[in-house]
Design a protein around this ligand. Structure first.
Ligand code: TYM
Length: 332
């Protein structure tokens, strides 16, 4: 049976990028031949200062959002990273099987530090990909469904696994990162050269909890180009191509069908229709979210089930690793 593992950080609002690039896909991948593990990466969240109350609240919000998006809590294991000590334990071990040079090459780290000085950054930001490697290697994942921005981290994960296996014999499965064809990289509505992200200006991203009128407004104000012709060309028309991808993901229509539907229309009509489509779909999700979020008992039951399933596997992996490198394993 194929095993899938992936995580999401409880920082700020969830965006359309998180939904299309990850959460919606996770729900669609569930089937009887797949074992799936989805977790709230709250240990990753603290590499940036968080308000403690908000961090805890958002952790539970995301559990509810995953179920809202269609992840079945009886089929997949949904768990909270900080509740499984094995994640922190494996991270420290793996830190010693990766070089400073490798971590310094990570694009996400370089992007973050280019905004301010390298010396002033917390070390956790640098270490981040090692924690992420541990998250995946603990579970012998076959596949890790993510957005394009995480692929480099998964390549590093494979390298760390191969290095460890070489030294100590087969211990970790080398996982494959996968992205969806059309939603691998949902771009900003204001700058189609950069990915849609909650850390950019508010009008550049759609939050899953945005009000319908704001969603429609944001799409209306999305940047386009001067051609006024709707066609897909990510090189010369990145803004329109991004909107076409979003349209396709929400309507389940192919890009060709949408292009043909709008062949005699201008950008104005296309953007209004897209805004209304997304607003109406998110409105349904928001109502479902509210119901699920209010059922604390159900959420706690879900997390308990997820944590216990995950820790059983993760603890075994840590004990195997400790044994191989000569560390005494404290849970025996
Ligand atoms: P995070 O929390 O930033 O994002 C969660 C998932 O959403 C995807 N995503 C996007 N996909 C397409 N277009 C976008 N604009 C967009 N924005 C976000 C991300 O690629 C991701 O799949 N480091 C991870 C969390 C993590 C993890 C892991 C993932 C921790 N450990 C182990 C996989 C496996 C992160 O920061 O994702």
């Amino acid at each position: 049976m194929k095993r899938i593992v992936s995580g999401i950080k409880p920082t700020g609002e969830l965006t359309l990028g998180n939904y299309l690039g990850a959460m919606k896909r996770w729900a669609e991948m569930e089937n009887e031949n797949i074992e799936s593990f989805y977790f709230i990466a709250n240990l990753h969240a603290i590499t940036v200062r968080q308000d403690p109350f908000q961090l805890r609240k958002r952790t539970f919000d995301i559990v509810a959002w995953l179920i809202t998006c269609g992840v079945n809590p009886e089929k997949s294991l949904i768990f909270i990273q900080s509740m499984i000590p094995a994640h922190t334990e494996i991270c420290w071990v793996l830190t010693n099987y990766v070089t400073i040079g490798e971590l310094g090459k990570m694009t996400q780290f370089k992007d973050k530090v280019s905004k301010s000085s390298r010396e002033g950054q917390v070390a956790g930001l640098f270490e981040y990909p090692v924690l992420m490697a541990g998250d995946v290697l603990l579970y012998d994942a076959d596949e890790v469904p993510v957005g394009d921005d995480q692929m480099q981290h998964l390549e590093l994960t494979r390298n760390i696994a191969a290095r460890f296996n070489n030294l100590y014999g087969q211990t970790f499965k080398e996982p494959k990162g996968t992205v969806s064809k059309i939603t691998a990289r949902i771009m900003s509505l204001k700058n189609p050269e950069s990915k849609m992200s909650k850390s950019e200006t508010e009008d550049s991203y759609i939050a899953l909890e945005d009000k319908p009128e704001d969603i429609i407004k944001k799409f209306k104000r999305a940047v386009t180009d001067s051609e006024n012709q709707i066609r897909f060309d990510s090189e010369s028309k990145p803004a329109i191509s991004n909107l076409l991808n979003i349209y396709s993901a929400f309507s389940e229509k192919s890009i060709d069908e949408i292009v043909s539907d709008y062949k005699n229309e201008g950008y104005g009509k296309f953007k209004t229709d897209l805004g209304e489509l997304v607003a109406s779909k998110l409105d349904i999700l928001q109502k479902r979210f509210k119901e699920i979020r209010e059922d604390e008992e159900f959420l706690l039951k879900t997390i308990k089930r997820g944590n216990s399933g995950a820790s059983e596997i993760a603890d075994k992996k840590v004990s195997e690793v400790y044994e191989k490198i000569g560390l005494v394993y404290h849970r025996f």
